[in-house]
Design a protein. Structure first.
Lengths: 401, 278
């Protein structure tokens, strides 16, 4: 009895360990890999929706390139850098991987960029914010596609300062991403004539933000900079609302996804300034994509998911243009081509790997202004790509200043 | 002061754990999952059946409590004769299953539960501002905690419960239905967790992971208070909430580890916990 039970248990355990089944690609296939957070905190902003977006792009491209079948392999990195990196390495060695997409977490993305350089496989980072990916940690094979901490901070901070919010206090998630975001915002604030009054570093996934918020209020600053993301962001804004802090301070979201606004509700989120790389309700093309996406996922796509669609198309177009999947000519073509699709107009990939495209500074609508489901943002300003992503810093050896 | 709100949640959750451990010798790792389940039950009730906050405060714990009884009858019951480790493994697995199912159904970004109309607004205490809802949480949980303590330590029912853990066969010989009593204890313990879940729903975002991030701290609270000591878990829950609140002001980076530092110190000085019996 016990032995039988044990055997069943072990089999079940092994079955779960094997995880999502990797498609065994034929030697001739073009293999697109996605390493995403499929089950954790970022799975709603990326996750299964991103995989769906890749599939939509492949279908729209016709399913083949250079007469070869396009297949996808998918894995869950569980927000652990070692898992992401080893999956990438395994695919590069055994599955004939041609390009990798994803990341969703700066730590994982940095680990995978190192593999990209070692294995010479193009890696398009989507979802991870850290600007270091195209600076200190840049490689000849990485591209940073949707947003980075520089662009996010630039958009929101310059707009708010122009509106009179001169003094800032930050609620910062106490890890690499949070501090990079705060530093980026603080730089912009200082450069535009504002003042940084201080910051409180909040441990990741804190359950209660009230004490931190009271410190922010005590600082007397006009703007509450939220240098955090996901659940930390939603919980801190919710508490700020509850304590009436949003009446005296202007909240500024430094990384916000539309799904965050959806879960907070407009009553809580209204008036918030934030920066997005893309919004489903921008124009007819974005709405058409969103409609198709919604039919499959029952949610509107986030900027990250739209980025997955665009990045897949961009890669396939580059392969078609150079007539090979060899990494070096494809990378050269990627950095040469202009990106025009439903995600970006006149976008291009700079020498350091940043995909330069317009960013949108948004304000969240009030419940009265919102006319239909997911009608959440007013476009305050379209920020040209060069301005949003800033000049080349010179920290990446590929792109001297 | 603000720490008291967090402390109130710690106290209610650790109370349920202490009751279950004290009376059943089961380390209930699924406690956080039942807490999340309580919050989601309230959320679903509001969205699908238009059940308001006040009704949810009673109905959600009741529903989760019934589920708890079912779990005890169907699963836990078979493990009493084995090493306590098996109970721990079972409840840990259960926690993963519940959390996974919630994730599957609701996604990871969570949803927000509105503060009931009667409790909106803030109290201006002069030296600080306290949202009315948080004041209510403190009051409600202190009442719940001390009435639970009273029932178990000072009433006949409580005496019977405690007798069941001391010598179950003897009590059964007196004509008391011990298995029913044990099932009710587990149901009651997880209902407490669910009640804490409903109370916290308007304060934080309702997400599948809300339980697992809290349950580790709550276990530390139970250890500090003394495993199975009911009064210990209430007092240390509230006290640790306050200490954590102070840390957030003095040295914010350390606020998520201060509880564990205290746990380590208590284990060195008094291994049975502050209120534990050796």
């Amino acid at each position: 009895m016990t032995i039988r039970a044990l055997a069943i248990g072990l089999t079940a355990a092994l079955a779960t360990l094997a995880g999502p089944r990797a498609v065994r690609a034929a030697a001739n296939d073009v293999v697109i890999g996605a390493v995403e957070d499929l089950s954790g905190v970022y799975s709603d902003v990326g996750g299964p929706g991103s995989v769906e977006a890749i599939k939509m792009a492949i279908a729209d491209f016709g399913g083949t390139v250079l007469g070869r079948r396009i297949v996808t392999v998918v894995a869950d990195h569980q927000n652990k850098p070692d898992i992401g990196a080893s999956k990438f390495r395994e695919w590069a060695d055994q599955n004939g991987l041609n390009v990798l997409l994803g990341g969703s977490n700066t730590g994982v993305a940095i680990a995978m960029a190192k593999v990209a350089a070692a294995k010479k496989v193009p890696y398009i980072v989507i979802g991870a914010g850290g600007a270091s990916l195209t600076n200190e940690d840049c490689t000849a094979y990485s591209v940073h596609y949707v947003y980075d901490t520089t662009a996010l901070a630039n958009g929101t901070a310059t707009t708010i300062i122009k509106g009179g919010g001169k003094t800032w206090f930050y609620l910062t998630a106490d890890y690499a991403f949070g501090t990079q975001l705060q530093t980026a915002a603080a730089k912009v604030v200082e450069a535009s004539g504002g003042r940084n009054l201080g910051a409180v570093r909040v441990p990741l996934s804190a359950s209660d933000f009230s004490s931190f918020l009271l410190q922010a209020q005590g600082s007397g600053a006009q703007v509450l900079g939220l240098a955090n993301a996901g659940e930390d962001f939603t919980n801190s804004l919710k508490a700020a609302n509850e304590f009436g802090i949003t009446k005296t301070m202007k909240p500024a979201g430094l990384l916000v996804f539309i799904t965050n606004i959806h879960s907070l509700g407009l009553a809580t989120a209204q008036g918030l300034y934030l920066t997005e790389a893309w919004y489903w309700d921008l124009n007819d093309e974005s709405r058409a994509f969103a409609k198709r996406f919604y039919e499959k996922m029952k949610k509107q796509p986030t900027m990250g998911q739209a980025g997955f669609y665009s990045a897949t198309l961009t890669y396939l177009k580059a392969v078609k243009a150079v007539g090979t999947t060899d990494a070096d000519p494809v990378m050269a073509q990627l950095k040469r081509a202009r990106i025009d699709d439903m995600f970006a107009r006149g976008g291009y990939i700079r020498a350091d790997g940043v995909m330069i495209h317009d960013m949108y500074v948004m304000q969240v609508k009030s419940p009265q202004e919102s006319k239909y489901p997911w009608d959440y943002y007013k476009v305050i300003k379209v920020m040209p790509g060069e301005q949003a992503f800033g000049p080349i810093t010179g920290l990446c050896p590929l792109a001297p200043k | 002061m603000l720490g008291l709100v967090n402390g109130a949640f710690y106290a209610m959750l650790s109370l349920g754990l202490a009751v279950i451990f004290g009376l059943m010798r089961v380390v209930n790792f699924a406690h956080g999952a039942f807490y999340a389940l309580g919050a989601f039950a309230a959320l679903l009730g509001l969205q699908q059946l238009a059940i308001g906050y006040w009704a949810a405060l009673v109905l959600a714990p009741l529903a989760v409590g019934v589920l708890g009884v079912a779990v005890e009858r169907l699963l836990l019951r078979h493990l009493y004769r084995l090493d306590p480790l098996y109970g721990l493994l079972l409840t840990f697995g259960l926690a993963l299953v519940i959390e996974g199912s919630l994730h599957q159904r609701f996604g990871s970004s969570g949803e927000s539960y509105p503060v009931p109309a009667a409790l909106q607004g803030v109290l201006d205490l002069g030296f600080m501002i306290l949202p009315l809802y948080r004041a209510w949480v403190i009051v409600a949980s202190v009442v719940v905690c001390f009435s639970t303590w009273f029932v178990i330590e000072r009433t006949r029912l409580g005496a019977t419960l405690r007798a069941a853990t001391e010598n179950a066969p003897l009590l059964q010989a007196f004509g008391v239905n011990v298995p029913l009593l044990v099932a009710a204890t587990y149901g009651g313990g997880v209902a407490l967790a669910a009640l804490a879940g409903v109370l916290s729903a308007p304060v934080i975002l309702v997400t599948p992971a809300m339980g697992s991030s809290l349950v580790v701290v709550v276990f530390a609270v139970v250890v500090i208070g003394g495993m199975g000591s009911i009064l210990g878990s209430i007092v240390s829950g509230l006290a640790l909430g306050v200490i954590e609140g102070f840390t957030k002001v003095i040295y914010p980076e350390a606020s998520n580890i201060v509880v564990f530092v205290i746990m380590a110190l208590v284990l060195i000085v008094r291994p049975a916990g502050l209120f534990g019996r050796d």
